[in-house]
Design a protein around this ligand. Structure first.
Ligand SMILES: [Ca+2]
Length: 337
C-alpha cells in the first residue's frame, strides 16, 4: 500500500494528467471540419469561370490544374484570388499550402504574398496587390526587406495586421508599425511546399508555420484580444516590383473549430463587430491548446507512439485508482468484522 501512495504523489499524478491532456490535443483533429465552400483545392474546378463559382481571381493570377499562380517571376505583376462566399464561422483555422520560388538570387526577389480575411474582396491596391486601409485581418509573407534600418530580423518575414479601415500599411518599414507579431521563415525556393496555419478562436489569433517538410507546426504568432466579425471574405494576393518571384497557392483549406460560446456571446450580432486588438490583454490569458492542430495527414510514428503512451498511462491511472479504492474498501471491511 505504501508503494501505491508514493506512486500517487501529487507531482506524478499531475504529470500523468498533463501528458494525458497533451495527447488529447493531438487528437483534436477529429473536431475540426473542412468547409468546402471556403476551401480552394486541386484541380480548382470551376474557379472563376461560372456564376456559381466559389472563387474569383484578378490580375496576373493564372489557374492551372496543380497550382494557382498569383504572380509569375516577372516585374510589376499583381494578382489575387478571393472566396465569393462570406464566412460566418466564429472559430476557424485556415491552412495555406504555398510555394514562393524564382530565379532571383538571395535578397534579389520580391515582394511577397498576403492572406486576407476582410470585409471587401477584389479591391486591387498597393498592399501585396490588395487595397490599403482594409477592414479585417491580413497575414503577410514579406520576402523583400524595404527597411534597411530593421536589420534585427531576417527575411522572408511573416507578420499579422488587424485593421479597422483607418491604418495604412507602411511598405517602407515592412509594416512594422502596425504588426501584431511575426517571425522569420526560410520559405523561398524550397524543394517542398510550405504551409501556414491561421487560427482564430475565442479572440485569439495563432499563426503557425511548417516550412521544413517535417509535418510539424511551429508557432509564429500567438496573441489574444483580437476581435474579428463574421461575414468577411478569405482571399490571397501577391505582388512583384522591380524584383520578382512566382507566388503560388497550392491550397487553402478552411476548418471549422468546434468551440462552445456562452449564451451572451451567442446572442451577439457577430457581423457588427469592428476589427480590433486590445493590446492590454496578454496572450497568456488564454491557456487552451497552444500546440495547434496538425494538418490533415495520417498520424506519423511519434504521434502514434504518444497516443499509445497516453492510452497506457490512462490504463495505469485507472488501475492504480482502482487498486487504491479496492484496498481502502478492504481495510474498511476489516474494521467492520
Ligand atoms: Ca517588404
Amino acid at each position: 500500500m505504501g508503494n501505491f501512495r508514493a506512486f500517487l504523489s501529487a507531482p506524478l499524478v499531475f504529470l500523468i494528467f498533463q501528458s494525458y491532456l497533451v495527447c488529447c490535443d493531438i487528437t483534436d483533429g477529429n473536431t475540426e471540419h473542412l468547409k468546402r465552400e471556403h476551401s480552394l483545392m486541386k484541380p480548382y474546378q470551376g474557379v472563376g469561370s461560372s456564376p456559381s463559382s466559389q472563387w474569383d481571381f484578378w490580375g496576373s493570377t493564372l489557374v492551372t490544374s496543380s497550382y494557382v499562380r498569383l504572380t509569375p517571376d516577372e516585374k510589376s505583376k499583381q494578382g489575387s484570388i478571393w472566396n465569393t462566399v462570406p464566412c460566418y464561422l466564429k472559430d476557424w483555422e485556415m491552412h495555406v499550402q504555398f510555394k514562393v520560388h524564382g530565379s532571383g538570387k538571395k535578397n534579389l526577389h520580391g515582394d511577397g504574398l498576403a492572406v486576407w480575411y476582410t470585409k471587401d474582396r477584389l479591391h486591387p491596391g498597393p498592399v501585396f496587390g490588395n487595397q490599403d486601409q482594409f477592414l479585417g485581418l491580413a497575414l503577410f509573407v514579406d520576402t523583400f526587406r524595404n527597411d534597411l534600418h530593421g536589420m534585427d530580423r531576417s527575411f522572408p518575414f511573416i507578420s499579422a495586421m488587424v485593421n479597422n479601415g483607418s491604418v495604412n500599411y507602411d511598405h517602407g518599414k515592412d509594416g512594422r508599425s502596425s504588426e501584431l507579431g511575426g517571425c522569420s521563415a526560410e520559405i523561398r525556393n524550397r524543394e517542398h511546399d510550405t504551409y501556414l496555419a491561421i487560427r482564430y478562436s475565442k479572440g485569439r489569433l495563432t499563426v503557425m508555420i511548417d516550412v521544413e517538410d517535417k509535418n510539424e507546426w511551429k508557432e509564429c504568432i500567438d496573441i489574444g484580444g483580437v476581435r474579428l466579425p463574421t461575414g468577411y471574405f478569405f482571399g490571397a494576393s501577391a505582388a512583384t516590383g522591380d524584383l520578382s518571384d512566382n507566388h503560388d497557392i497550392i491550397s487553402m483549406k478552411l476548418y471549422q473549430l468546434m468551440v462552445e460560446h456562452t449564451p451572451e456571446e451567442e446572442n451577439l450580432d457577430w457581423t457588427k463587430i469592428e476589427p480590433s486588438v486590445s493590446l492590454l490583454k496578454s496572450p497568456k490569458d488564454n491557456i487552451d491548446d497552444p500546440t495547434g492542430n496538425f494538418r490533415g495527414t495520417p498520424l506519423t510514428g511519434w504521434k502514434v507512439f504518444l497516443l499509445l503512451l497516453c492510452a497506457l498511462l490512462g490504463i495505469v491511472v485507472c488501475a492504480v485508482v482502482g487498486a487504491v479504492v479496492f484496498q481502502k474498501r478492504q481495510e474498511r471491511n476489516k474494521r467492520f468484522y
